[in-house]
Design a protein around this ligand. Structure first.
Ligand code: ATP
Length: 239
């Protein structure tokens, strides 16, 4: 599976009369980590929803390897390898780890490979392998996040979107998530991540974008944004 380039071109959108995202453009390069940072309600989730097709944009275009996916349903986007790991993990608590993973392989392309992919996910997350028959609702927060990522991997992504994957996790579990994301990049995935842990996500970002009031107000590579006094003051807590 080849890495994929995701382009967001002058996208605007929102919920009915509530215009949330204004003329947002950015690129997630193949096999790189792009991070969206910004305060609560800045519009990061809304951007993710527009990219994955859960919310139609009012204007602009979204391209995967140069091809517009704007008119495609979410399921078609998944078929092409664009996969969201949503905020809040959203695993099915009354289903086992294994059943949750199986649900991730609903795309036609992924279904045929699901047995092999599940073995890969278990090799990546041995704790999930040990708990494969356990109900997802009984997992720790960190394990549930691994399961949510594992379920995303079952769809055979080329681009993975992760919305606040470390929210509410203990520091060690959060580190495991960041290590996993770095590993997925090394395997060739293109990553777009919204994160509230600004310092740590900028440390691993190839490219980062600051979202305020639904607009991108600053962008750069992770290191330069981490050293930008405006970012340090507003999001890291010291200038
Ligand atoms: P957070 O870190 O809190 O998740 P965010 O940057 O992801 O923040 P969004 O969830 O995209 O922000 O929310 C942006 C704005 O859109 C907020 O003002 C929010 O109230 C509004 N919003 C989100 N979902 C809806 C909805 N379904 N209907 C109307 N407004 C919404």
């Amino acid at each position: 599976m080849t890495a994929c380039r995701l382009e967001i071109i002058s996208v605007s959108g929102g919920y009915g009369a509530a215009k949330i995202v204004h003329d947002v453009s950015f690129v997630a390069e193949p096999s790189s980590i792009s991070v969206l940072i910004g305060g609560n309600g800045a519009g990061k989730t809304t951007i993710m929803r527009i990219v994955t097709g859960l919310l139609p944009p009012e204007a602009g275009d979204i391209r995967l390897d140069g091809e517009s996916i704007r008119g495609m349903r979410s399921s078609e986007r998944v078929e092409r390898g664009l996969v969201l790991v949503p905020e809040g993990r959203l695993v099915f608590p009354q289903m086992s780890v294994q059943e949750n993973l199986r649900l991730g392989a609903y795309a036609r392309r992924a279904r045929a490979a699901s047995r092999v992919t599940m073995d890969r996910v278990f090799a990546m997350f041995p704790r999930l392998a040990e708990r494969r028959r356990q109900l997802a609702g009984t997992l720790s927060g960190g394990e549930q996040q691994m399961l949510a990522i594992g379920r995303g991997l079952m769809a055979l992504p080329r681009v993975m979107l992760l919305d606040e994957p470390t929210l509410g996790l203990a520091p060690l579990a959060a580190s495991h998530v960041f290590d996993t994301v770095t590993h997925l990049k090394s395997e060739g995935l293109t990553i777009l991540m919204a994160e509230q842990d600004v310092a740590r996500s900028l440390a691993m970002a190839d490219r980062a974008y600051v979202v305020e009031h639904g607009r991108i107000v600053l962008s750069g590579d992770g290191a330069s944004l981490a050293n930008d006094p405006r970012v340090r003051e507003a999001y890291i807590g010291y200038a």
